[in-house]
Ligand binder design. Structure first.
Ligand code: AMP
Length: 563
């Protein structure tokens, strides 16, 4: 069985193909959605999902979220006394999702389709694959999130469709234009911004709240700094509340003090104007890249939790003069699509064969030296081989000539980017070939770029005169982990214990109660404290029946203390 995973910035989901349809799998707490949050519990064990999320407030130095944004970077994230890489943190999420499927189906899982933003570059894709490997999963395919969404909407069963997928997740924004034609689903163009998402809308509200507090003059700058996590939590709540209501009012509690904060929907829309502007730009770029005009689109799909904000539907309707399709739960569409792709991969007979193609999101090429009309040589010029938004898999070849007399070798430097000047593009790697010494322009090489649907690039150089070939699977220099580093990573992860599955429901209730204890004051805090003591006592008794019954009751009682 191949499982389908939506590894999101804020939340992740897993789905399997069962009885001819995509079925989401619950985590140990009975939810489909697992927050992409990793923590270290008090015993030094890894804890994943909503219990970890509860500790973002109470144990910020032992908890980490939104690390997908760092994927592909060399960042080291400190969490408790561990130092972890983004792919290592992601592997904990993937491992839990894999185990969720195993627990539910009783089958061992070792293969997965994982979705990634279409905008992810080579390194980010490689690191996602690596995260899968670290979690004990062979990543059968990385699937672009918009393609997954279109599969979930069943658009592969229709024909001749132009589809635009607008995906506003927690930390990323992707827009893609897809075309379904004759059983082939092709990504025609994709654009986006992997540093823009729902969280930015939260941050805009948090900033507004902070200004409100500062303006009231009741709190010192140090006090404000201390309040930051609480302000963010309030802002997130406000944003979600404003999706269905017109005004959000609340109290911020710090020690014995309470501060009033509020925001109206009009004001929210007002402070988000520049973010809305930033959303429009990639849409226009994607449409422009594939020469499709807004009125040619047959479907506009809204996916990602951020599209629940009414301003997003409004923006899309205004831009396209048509209402978007949002019949599927925007949080579930991508995971469901991933399971459809998994079924396609395993040739499940209950699903009709379709061909999926993607595009490469960036132009890939090599550095060359060119000469000007007055025969001056210009160094560091970018020569594109695979253009941005070319359909992949693809293989393109171009011929290059020596530029100097008696040149002995040609050093092929591979870059990704759009600038004519390689200095502004990203260096991916290289390969060098020897050529026979001759006059400039006499020797030539054919450089072939083969780019597959997992976003991996193979570069092959053929020395035309000698027939000698040299190829290299392009790695991205410093960011790439070599095998030694991979095994080091694996060793490090294997030495870490994870919080036991059996006790996760109890832990989850206790962590939530501790969060609520911090968020409340006075009598309410006292009552939450008593619930913590009471429930801890029951857990220690070891009486499973009783624990289950009390847990449900305590859980329900805690609801009234949520701010
Ligand atoms: P995703 O990465 O697709 O899970 O999207 C998560 C983002 O969606 C987060 O920024 C959430 O705050 C946001 N989100 C979820 N539900 C809502 C809602 N009802 N209204 C506004 N934003 C939401």
């Amino acid at each position: 069985m191949i499982i389908g995973i939506d590894l999101g910035t804020t939340n992740s989901l897993v789905s399997i193909w069962q009885d001819g349809k995509s079925t989401l799998i619950e985590n140990p707490l009975g939810d489909f959605v697992t927050p992409s949050v990793v923590g270290v519990d008090d015993d030094g064990r890894i804890i994943v999902g909503s219990p970890a999320k509860d500790r973002l407030l109470t144990h910020p130095d032992r908890t980490v979220a939104i690390f997908k944004r760092l994927m592909g970077s060399n960042a080291s994230i400190k969490i408790a006394d561990l130092v972890l890489k983004p792919q290592e943190l992601s592997s904990f999420i993937l491992k839990q999702l894999k185990e969720d499927v195993e627990a539910q189906t009783g089958e061992k899982v070792s293969e997965a389709v994982i979705t990634v933003p279409a905008y992810f570059n080579d390194t980010q894709r490689k690191m996602t694959k690596l995260a899968g490997r670290l979690a004990g999963l062979k990543v059968e395919r990385l699937l672009n999130e918009p393609t997954a969404a279109a599969l979930a909407y069943g658009l592969h069963e229709k024909s001749d469709n132009e589809i635009l997928v607008f995906d506003l997740g927690g930390g990323t924004f992707d827009v893609s234009v897809l075309e379904m034609f004759d059983g082939i689903m092709e990504v025609r163009a994709s654009a986006g911004n992997n540093r823009l998402g729902g969280e930015d809308f939260t941050r805009a509200i948090a900033q507004y709240f902070t200004e409100q507090l500062r303006h009231d003059g009741l709190i010192s700058p140090e006090g404000l700094k201390k309040l930051e996590p609480k302000v963010m939590a309030e802002a997130e709540r406000a944003k979600i509340f404003l999706s269905t209501n017109h005004e959000y009012e609340s109290q911020l509690i710090e020690g014995q003090n309470q501060f009033a904060i509020s925001i109206k929907r009009d004001k929210f829309e007002n402070i988000c104007e520049s973010l809305l502007g930033q959303l429009q730009q990639p849409i226009l770029q994607a449409l422009n890249d594939c020469s499709i005009s807004a009125n040619q689109l047959d479907h506009i799909l809204l996916v990602g939790g951020g599209t629940r904000m009414p301003i997003i539907s409004k923006l899309v309707t205004k831009m396209f003069g048509a209402f978007p399709n949002k019949t599927l739960d925007p949080d579930q569409a991508i995971a469901k699509g991933a399971a459809i792709q998994a079924a396609l991969k395993s040739h499940d007979e209950s699903i009709e064969e379709i061909v999926l193609t993607d595009v490469c999101p960036y132009t890939l090429g090599i550095e060359v030296v060119t000469d000007t009309y007055d025969s001056k040589l210009v160094q560091g010029v970018f020569s594109p081989i695979i253009e941005r938004n070319s359909t992949i898999p693809t293989s393109k070849v171009q011929t290059y000539y020596t530029v100097y007399d008696n040149q002995e070798s040609i050093n092929i430097k591979v870059f990704q980017g759009e600038s004519r000047n390689t200095e502004n593009n990203i260096y991916l790697g290289g390969v060098s070939v020897n050529v026979a010494q001759a006059s400039a322009g006499d020797q030539s090489i054919d450089v072939r770029f083969s780019y597959d649907t997992n976003g991996l690039l193979e570069v092959e150089a053929l020395v035309v005169k000698t027939g000698e070939r040299k190829s290299s699977l392009i790695t991205t220099g410093e960011d790439e982990l070599n095998d030694e580093q991979v095994s080091e990573s694996l060793k490090k992860l294997q030495s870490l214990k994870t919080h036991p599955r059996e006790s996760i429901e109890n832990t989850s209730v206790l962590y939530r109660a501790n969060r609520l204890y911090e968020q409340n004051i006075g009598e309410k805090r006292e009552l939450v404290g008593r619930l913590v003591d009471y429930f801890s006592g029951i857990v220690e008794s070891g009486d499973d029946e009783k624990i289950k019954e009390v847990r449900a009751r305590v859980s329900q009682e805690l609801d009234q203390y949520e701010l």
